[in-house]
Design a protein around this ligand. Structure first.
Ligand code: PMP
Ligand code: GLU
Length: 400
């Protein structure tokens, strides 16, 4: 066949490294190697019983057929109530689209809103998928580096310099993956004002809003003014707050024409998100919320331990995150040195040697757009964290 098999768009993106490394760690475990996994971007907790029961009940009740492409009304209503309760945001049913995970929500946003000439501002370090979606739909990611000394909050001048007349949107993730960055109301007000002045959209990925520490309470940028409300698409889902990553339910709230376009796309692509997962998500959002707080508290305990341990290591600096379940230590002081005769030149070398010799899986910072760091997820048991940090320190001590 002389014609090229694949199109240019798929050639422009890499497979998700967060998923790839976790799959590799699982394969190593399956082959009998005891890998300590700090790569997973998902809660290690089981899905709460009431949510599972709602899914089982949906199966038993025969709720196993196609639903409306953009989701069932019960779930849209549950999302509307949750956004009111949690963020004091007012939406109507026609402003909500239920998708197959927040990743799917984000993909649909890119697919229905972006065109070739458009630029999308993405603060880095960023979650792997933002850049990939923008590239895949043929638009241009404009990456704005943030600094460890600013706790990875977007720098105002750098942000302003990144804006052009082609800027179509900003993707904001608060609390953020992979750094755990959190934005104050004041930071967000500045961003909302700039978005208004330069007239671009704000995609606010709020999927970690419940996993917050030290009393930090995230403010949704959509609440800041009538203008911010109109130009923001809030993206969220049940994966992280309710430990339902495999159930695949995400949602978008905002402008009703964009929502209608997303639903139209879903009607011609995935059709509805899984019917039984939608029922489980109704229970997640409407049912008792105690499990969310139990998991949050446990994450905070682990965060306290792992940040302390990491910062006790000479030559490593690690920002104390106020949200999400990752730390993002700077390991660049070891670049140019060697482990077991192997030179460490970058975050990939560091992570691969760590996996091969210490059997610890982390994600190299390069996947998130910053090669000086590694991402260490603390969505794993305290026992694993204690053991993992001992092995990690031993690995560091052997670097020459
Ligand atoms: N946004 C961020 C920042 C994430 O880390 C994830 C995790 N995969 C998602 C969105 C998507 O989550 P899901 O597709 O499971 O809803
Ligand atoms: N969001 C998680 C992570 O960053 C899950 C994997 C993925 O969807 O990329 O690891």
């Amino acid at each position: 066949m002389s014609k090229s098999k694949l199109n240019k768009a798929i050639g422009s993106i890499e497979p998700s490294m967060t998923i790839g490394i976790s799959a590799k760690a699982k394969d190593m475990c399956a082959s009998g190697i005891d890998v300590l996994t700090f790569s997973a971007g998902e809660p290690d907790f089981d899905t709460p019983e009431n949510i599972k029961e709602a899914g089982i009940k949906a199966i038993r009740d025969g709720f196993t057929k196609y639903t409306a492409a953009g989701g069932i009304n019960e779930l849209k209503d549950a999302v509307v109530m949750k956004e009111k309760r949690h963020n004091n945001l007012d939406y109507e049913r026609n402003q909500v689209c239920i998708s197959v995970g927040a990743k799917h929500s984000l993909y649909n946003i890119g697919a229905v809103m972006l065109e070739k000439q458009d630029e999308v501002i993405i603060p880095a370090p960023y979650w792997v998928t933002y850049e990939a979606i923008v590239k895949f739909v043929g638009a241009t990611p404009v990456i704005v580096k943030t600094d460890e000394k600013d706790k990875f909050v977007l720098n105002k001048d750098k942000f302003l310099r990144a804006i052009s007349d082609k800027t179509k949107m900003l993707i904001l993730n608060n609390p953020g993956n992979p750094t755990g960055v959190t934005y104050s109301k004041k930071d967000l007000e500045f961003i909302a004002d700039v978005a208004k002045e330069h007239d671009f959209w704000i995609i606010s990925d709020e999927i970690y809003e419940d996993i917050v520490f030290d009393g930090y309470k995230p403010v949704s940028i959509a609440t800041l003014s009538d203008d911010a409300y109109k130009r923001t698409l809030v993206v969220n889902g049940t994966s992280k707050s309710y430990a339902t990553t495999g159930w695949r339910i995400g949602y978008t709230c905002g402008d009703k024409e964009i929502i209608a376009a997303m639903i139209k796309l879903q009607s011609q692509s995935t059709s509805n998100p899984t019917s039984i997962s939608q029922m489980a998500a109704v229970e997640a959002l409407n049912g008792p919320q105690d499990s969310v707080e139990i998991m949050r508290k446990e994450f905070e305990k682990r965060r306290n331990y792992i940040v302390n341990e990491m910062n006790s290591i000479e030559n490593i600096t690690c920002v104390n995150p106020k949200g999400a379940f990752y730390i993002f230590p700077n390991v660049s002081a070891f670049y140019g040195k060697s482990y077991n005769g192997h030179k460490i030149n970058n975050s990939m070398d560091f992570s691969m040697l760590l996996l091969e010799y210490a059997h610890i899986a982390v994600v190299p910072g390069i996947a998130f757009g910053d090669d000086n760091y590694i991402r260490v997820s603390f969505a794993t048991s305290m026992e694993n964290i204690v053991k993992g940090m001992k092995v990690f320190k031993d690995f560091i001590n052997r670097i020459q």
